[in-house]
Write a protein that binds this ligand. Structure first.
Ligand code: ZN
Length: 394
């Protein structure tokens, strides 16, 4: 029987971590390795010269003793959630001179939770990258997942920027840089990237997103900045950067970002401001955001949080997550103009995003195919991406 096909323009993924995933692609993947002996066998085969990296280790299946680790070539093993790692003494000797703070603190779980983004950047910096491996990974994303353009939200270094600029990927990969990394960049590069990426709050998985209602176990999320400090950084970015994008999950965080943007506008700055995720933004805050010209960069993939986080979010919050109908029908956000879509790489590509858009856990999360295409696709590639309809339609 002939399988029905869908065809849409290729994606512009407005929120991804290309260099992180490309580095993982060149590292040993332990995701499917559920047995410790098998893992040790694979790790022993790694080259003995220089640092090796492995990722997606599930510490629930097995752990390693330090002497087992020390019997291996120099290796650092990142856990499945990307929130922690282990390493052997040989790897420690290689990394300690350049990354003393991380090597001295990584065993402290509180420190790790407070430094999630530094850890992600550390992984990007130590994982293997060559122009060839990144081009091959980008080709995979295009051919298998339908992704043409990619915004990398955490540029690791000026060197990475130059590497991409001097490669065929300059047409497809663009960057944001976190505040600390941005400050190290020469003026010339600062003006060639989208701008500064900030983090206003944490994540739903670690119950650190700043939501006005507590999680079911009574814990409450955290705002990373005071109102005063956030406004200061916004004002500074208006001088030094092309734009600002703020990781903002909880409604309290959205409100704080909109308040800071309001001060900026009052001072006559038209600096582009983007809210990344905006999962629990409320209607009054959304109206103010729209009036201030703030762009929402959201992930239809994360409508699934309303299923996987049933154990920690109230029914009201499950329903409030990713409120696309409110944003479009009531507040007037327009996909492709001030409402953009991306994946965060969880997972990459159109299939899961489309199934979450068309068949979401809650009706308020629904997007039409044409809304999704307007907010997520690019004409730049010139062709259509074709895939089996049954991979999306349930
Ligand atoms: Zn992200």
């Amino acid at each position: 029987m002939l399988k029905p096909k869908l065809a849409i323009p290729y994606l512009h993924d407005h929120h991804n971590h290309f260099t992180l995933y490309a580095g993982m692609n060149g590292s040993l993947c332990l995701k499917e390795v559920r047995d410790k002996d098998k893992a040790l066998e694979l790790l022993k085969k790694l080259p003995d010269c220089g640092l090796n990296t492995a990722y997606a280790w599930n510490s629930g299946f097995y752990t390693f003793t330090q002497s087992e680790l020390n019997s291996l070539p120099p290796v650092l093993i990142v856990n499945l959630s990307l929130h922690g790692f282990i390493l052997n003494d040989a790897a420690k000797r290689i990394l300690e001179p350049q990354y003393p703070e991380i090597i001295n603190n990584f065993e402290n779980s509180e420190w790790r939770e407070a430094h999630v983004n530094e850890l992600l950047l550390f992984f990007v910096r130590i994982m293997p990258h060559s122009v060839e491996s990144m081009c091959a990974f980008a080709e995979d994303l295009r051919a298998k997942y339908g992704i043409y353009e990619i915004e990398d939200m955490l540029m690791p270094s000026a060197e990475m920027f130059e590497m991409i600029q001097n490669s065929p990927l300059r047409e497809r990969v663009s960057f944001w840089a976190d505040y600390e990394t941005f400050k190290t960049l020469p003026e010339g590069i600062r003006r060639q990237i989208h701008g500064v990426k900030l983090f206003a709050d944490g994540a739903n998985g670690s119950k650190t997103s700043a939501i006005s209602e507590p999680f079911l176990d009574g814990s409450t999320g955290v705002l990373n900045y005071t109102e005063k400090r956030l406004t200061e950084i916004f004002e500074e970015c208006a001088e030094i950067s092309n734009g600002i994008a703020v990781h903002t999950l909880g409604d309290l965080a959205s409100k704080q970002v909109v308040d800071a943007a309001e001060v900026l506008r009052r001072h006559n700055s038209d600096l582009p401001v983007r809210i990344e995720h905006a999962q629990f933004i409320d209607e009054p805050t959304a109206r103010r955001a729209r009036d201030l010209g703030i762009v929402l960069s959201m992930q239809p993939n994360f409508s699934e949080d309303s299923v996987i986080y049933r154990d920690r979010l109230s029914e009201r919050l499950l329903r409030a997550n990713n409120p696309f109908r409110m944003l479009i029908d009531k507040v007037g956000f327009k996909p492709g103009a001030d409402l953009l879509f991306g994946s965060d790489g969880m997972p990459h590509g159109i299939r899961f995003a489309l199934s979450q858009a068309l068949f979401p856990p809650y009706p308020g999360q629904k997007l039409t195919l044409s809304e999704l295409v307007s907010g997520y696709c690019t004409e730049k590639c010139g062709e259509l991406f074709e895939f089996d309809a049954e991979e999306v339609l349930q």
